[in-house]
Design a protein around this ligand. Structure first.
Ligand SMILES: [Zn+2]
Length: 149
């Protein structure tokens, strides 16, 4: 799990002279250790920090999450309005390849091309020329190669 590298994230960490990976690690550590979230916490993948806090409330997390406390834990200072706004808009994603939520993209359909051997020595065989992939978490779909050709 990590924090998506958005423009907002860059603006926020630049303000503190930090690097995104370090802050991302701190945020994930806080969610895992202080919240009741799990490393493969699909329920928060693709969600903003603001929504994650809402989800934590619904799940009755052992730690009472709130935006300011969360921010303080990460940056060791209290945020101004702009910083809070940037922080709340950060998106938590998984470590896989879905561009929306970091979930795992699974091949759900393939476009096959039959290759004929012009000399008639080999049997014709199918070759995959395109695939339709779908995220197992959020359902985002993407085409790879010549799927619709
Ligand atoms: Zn996804």
């Amino acid at each position: 799990m990590r924090v998506a590298k958005t423009k907002e994230f860059k603006t926020l960490v630049d303000k503190y002279g930090l690097i995104q990976e370090t802050v991302s690690d701190s945020i994930v550590k806080y969610l895992l250790e202080d919240g009741d979230f799990e490393e493969d916490g699909h329920d928060i993948w693709g969600q903003t920090i603001d929504s994650v806090i809402e989800i934590a409330e619904q799940l009755n997390c052992s730690v009472k999450f709130n935006q300011v406390g969360f921010f303080f834990n990460i940056f060791k200072t209290f945020p101004d309005d702009l910083e809070m706004e940037l922080f709340e808009s950060l998106v938590v994603i998984g470590d896989h390849d879905c561009p929306e939520c970091g979930g795992e993209m699974i091949t759900i359909d393939s476009n096959l091309e039959t290759i004929m051997d012009s000399n008639g020595v080999q049997e014709p065989y199918d070759r995959i020329i395109g695939e339709l992939k779908e995220c197992s978490n959020c359902g985002h779909q993407t085409e790879v190669g010549a799927y619709f050709d």
